[in-house]
Design a protein around this ligand. Structure first.
Ligand SMILES: [Zn+2]
Ligand SMILES: [Zn+2]
Length: 270
């Protein structure tokens, strides 16, 4: 059983105070982090079976069998919809979805984990909400189970995994940490919280290591601690933040949200 880390609790308060525009996503993340305290997720993760003969380069959960407790997932998905709806007018439409008979939490989880946008669109139509809103709920609703799976399988991350995609759940790294005095580069997954090493001068997306292709942007007004790593070859951009200590696993998505100004700066520069 887990409860919110001190780092996550501090960040939730700081984001409420400083970024009112982030309220809808913050409400969802705060509700998901609260839900992580339910021991049912670890029970489900304990019954997961990894796929046999996984080809190299595939995340650990590719081809895994995940027996799910439908009641837990449905309840948790409905709670997220309700909390998102209460956060303001932007996601108010999810209030009706929270009570809708047709809201299928397990189908939403499967569509999210498989990256099946067409399925999310069908599910959204069934409960009459915008697909983007339901997709946001889906990606946050998957977090408690994925974090439990990372607790169970995190020790199996191959030491030579330096890819930008999460070695456990396959999501793109939310950000790189440059951690501690030695500035060790660690990639972090915002969904499952995974933490893996990456060489300092290598693009996380295409593997490019030529220094003429790799760059670092420090947006106006940001300090040297907050940068964007860029790659001319694949046009990839990754947030890179100096940290004194590792972010707690449940803190990664919040650290990502707290540095949204870097995402905007990266978009600005194309
Ligand atoms: Zn992950
Ligand atoms: Zn690249």
């Amino acid at each position: 059983m887990t409860t919110a880390s001190a780092g996550a609790r501090r960040r939730i308060e700081a984001i409420w105070a400083a970024q009112p525009e982030s309220a809808p996503l913050l409400a969802l993340l705060a509700a998901a982090i609260e839900a992580m305290g339910d021991p049912a997720w670890d029970t489900m993760a304990g019954e997961a079976v990894l796929g046999f003969d996984l080809p190299a380069g595939q995340p650990l959960l590719a081809g895994a069998r995940l027996p799910v407790a439908r009641g837990v997932i449905d309840d948790s998905t409905r709670t997220l919809c309700r909390r998102a709806a209460e956060s303001g007018p932007e996601l108010a439409m999810l209030g009706a979805a929270a009570g809708a008979h047709d809201l299928d939490g397990v189908a939403l989880l499967a569509a999210t984990l498989n990256g099946d946008d067409a399925a999310i669109e069908r599910l959204a139509t069934a409960v009459d909400v915008a697909p983007e809103a339901l997709a946001a709920v889906g990606s946050v609703a998957a977090m408690p189970l994925l974090q439990a799976l990372r607790r169970r399988f995190g020790g199996l991350i191959p030491a030579d995994w330096h890819d930008g995609a999460c070695p456990i759940c396959g999501a793109w790294a939310a950000a790189a940490e440059r951690r501690g005095l030695e500035r060790a580069r660690r990639l972090r997954c915002g969904r499952c919280g995974a933490d893996w090493a990456a060489p300092a001068l290598q693009c996380a997306f295409c593997g490019e290591s030529g220094h003429e292709a790799l760059g670092v942007l420090t947006p106006e007004g940001a300090t040297e601690a907050s940068q964007i790593e860029t790659c001319d070859r694949c046009k990839g951009a990754l947030k890179s933040l100096a940290t004194l200590r590792a972010w707690a696993p449940d803190e990664v998505a919040l650290a990502d949200l707290a540095s949204v100004e870097l995402d905007l700066a990266a978009l600005d520069r194309g």
